[in-house]
Each structure stands twice: as C-alpha cells, then as structure tokens.
Design a binder for this molecule. Structure first.
Ligand code: IPM
Ligand code: MG
Length: 355
C-alpha cells in the first residue's frame, strides 16, 4: 500500500516523540511492504514564531492532501500566563480540527499489567480498566457564537450550542464502537441544568432502538467525574460534548498510571488525525527523556483506523508491550531500573520490529 502521512511534530516534546514514531512506522513499512512517505508541516507555537499563524494554510494543504496526520503536541508556557495574547498555539489545534472536519475524538484508557501499580487508584479499582471516550470535537462551547466581552470589558460570555445532527453523528460512532466491545454506552451530560444536554439525551434516546444490543446509561457529568475514580471498570464506551470530554479525558488519562502511553484518534472525515494525549511537556523538551510510547501507540491506531491494517497495528502494540516487559523504557516508567533515552527507545522498537 502507498501511504502518505502528514507529520505535525508541533511544540515541546512533540518533535522528539514523533521522530520515534516515524522510526517505528518506517520499520512497519519495510516489514509489511508499504511505501510510506511524509510531508511535514508547522503547527502551534513554532508556527506562530515562523509565520505568525498557528495553523498556516500551507500546513492545512499538507494535511488535507494526506492519508492521515500524525501529530505531536502544541503549547508553549510563554502563552499560558498571557490571557491578552492575540494569537495562541491552541487556536491552531482548534482550527485544524474544524477545517479537517474531525468531529470525534477517541480517547481510550486501558491498563498495562506492568504499570498498573503506578495508578493513583487502588489496584482492585484499576486492574483491567478498559473504556473509551468519544468526545465531540468541533462543536459546543469551544466554537459557539457569540463569544467575547461587553464594551467595558467587565463581562465575558461563551455560547454552548449543539445541533441534532452534530449529536447524531458522534453518538452513532459511540453506539457502533460499543457493539464491537462490551455493548455498554454511557451518555454523559448535564441534562438536569443545560438545554444542550437535554438535546443530547433526547437524541441518544431516539437512536437507542436502532442499536438494541447496546445497553445505554445516562449519567450527569459530575457523577461521572466521581464514578470514574470510584469504579472506573463500570464504563465501556462514553459519549459526551466537547468541554465535558476535554475535562473527563484528562481525568481518565491518569487512571491507568501510564499517561505517557495513552494514544488518541480524531475521526470524522477522510483524513484522520492521531496524537498522544500527554501534551507538549515543555520541561522535558529537547532533553531526549520524554516517553515516546503514546505517540508510537497513536501510530498503531493510525494503521488500524486510517488504513484498516490491523496486523501492522498489532505488531506495533506487541513491540510496545515487549519494551514494557523487558524494561526498555524512558525514566518516567523505569521504576528504579535503567532508564533509556527517547531516541534509544525508538531505535529499539524499530529494530525489534525488523528483527
Ligand atoms: C485537548 C487539549 C486542547 C483542548 C487544548 C490544547 C485546546 O486540552 O486536546 O484536550 O482543549 O481540546
Ligand atoms: Mg484537554
């Protein structure tokens, strides 16, 4: 197969971890006989520095013409404490999602037996946790208009808005995912307070009869925030709006004790995007210490979701498991054992795939 990947390393540790994923993808290409080519684009703070725009047109063209986008991270501390900054790296990410039509963000949480003791939760709560969020990604309060301030600048407002169509397309993905898993779907909303949430709940209720094999539960977002910690094994597939999903998926990401390992996929259009969920981790940037496994596992999701190549995806997951089992890992999970550099882990994974 000929595969054309858009590489957006972005900021912070993004370039280092994406470089390791590229080694792994190339090894897979060699082993399974795929011709893989890359085009690189700028996004985030580095794009602002170079062009003044966090998602330049040139980057969008590269993405739109690709078969899939492999994304690192964006963000730079110099923008975080400057609420008056006119251009922000995050705007690039939001615009990219919107322009590429990536309306569904798939964020799984699963455990690795060798890392489960690092979870902040008790072992009996967390061992075997396996759920996945489908977060709506191009609507809601992130994009709703009007937004802004009154003339005096003393009042600010954002608008949360959802159409039925936006809810249906996200919910259908959740139902279908549940059918292929444990057949439990949780609709997360705040229907006791918010009109948008009532539309979510009503819409999911209307769809449910089309998926008679899926059991649907409706839970308020505050209760889910609590139960995710108390009994995370209660969940299988969760669907939710953009802001709730942003918050809950960060909470979910630390449950397994291996945030540095959690991948994600953004779906919705021909071009799909894959990224680690850990963010730009600026303190580690350029030090060759960041854990590349989440990006490598995002590349595994890419082979599965974007190209339908399950064997290749499995080969990547297998080699990641091997690195965990043999302790060929970076310092965040080395646990007193020898810690390897980001680049060494990438070389090791690629060599094992070919070996
Ligand atoms: C995420 C991030 C982004 C979001 C930020 C960087 C805009 O937190 O992907 O979850 O809020 O969606
Ligand atoms: Mg977030």
């Amino acid at each position: 197969m000929e595969i054309n990947i858009a590489l957006l390393p972005g900021d912070g540790i993004g370039p280092e971890v994406v470089a390791q994923a590229v080694k792994v993808v190339n090894a897979i290409g060699k082993k399974f006989g795929h011709k893989i080519s890359y085009k690189e684009g700028l996004v985030g703070a580095c794009a602002i520095d170079a062009t003044g725009d966090p998602y330049p047109d040139a980057t969008h063209e590269i993405c739109a013409a690709s078969d899939a986008v492999l994304f690192g991270a964006i963000g730079d501390p110099k923008y975080d404490n400057d609420p008056k900054a006119k251009v922000r790296p995050e705007q690039g990410l939001l615009r990219m999602r919107q322009k590429l039509g990536l309306f569904a963000n798939v964020r799984p949480t699963f455990t690795f037996p060798s890392l489960v003791h690092k979870s902040p939760l008790k072992l009996d709560r967390v061992d075997g946790v396996d759920f996945v969020f489908f977060r709506e990604l191009t609507g809601g309060i992130y994009f709703g208009e009007p937004r802004g301030r009154n003339e005096q600048g003393t009042k600010a407002f954002d608008t949360n808005v959802y159409s039925k169509e936006e809810i249906v397309r996200l919910a259908r993905m959740g139902f279908e995912a549940a059918q292929g898993r444990r057949k439990l779907l949780t609709c997360v909303d705040k229907a006791n307070v918010m009109a948008t949430s009532r539309l979510w709940r009503e819409t999911v209720q209307e769809l449910a009869p089309e998926y008679p094999d899926v059991k649907v539960e409706y839970e308020f977002v505050d209760a889910v925030a609590m139960r995710l910690i108390q009994w995370p094994k209660a969940y299988d597939v969760l669907i939710t709006e953009n802001l709730f999903g942003d918050i809950l998926t960060d909470e979910a990401s630390v449950i397994s004790g291996s945030m540095g390992l959690m991948p994600s996929a953004s779906l919705g259009s021909k071009v799909k995007l894959f990224e680690p969920i850990h963010g730009s981790y600026p303190q580690a940037a350029g030090k060759d210490i960041a854990n590349p496994l989440a990006t490598v596992l995002s590349a595994a999701m890419m082979f599965d979701y974007a190209f339908g190549l399950k064997e290749e995806a499995q080969a990547i997951s297998d080699v990641v498991n091997l690195s965990l089992a043999e302790g060929y890992v970076t310092e965040d999970i080395a646990d007193g054992g020898k810690a390897y550099k980001t680049s060494e882990v990438g070389d090791w994974l690629a060599a094992k795939i070919l070996g």
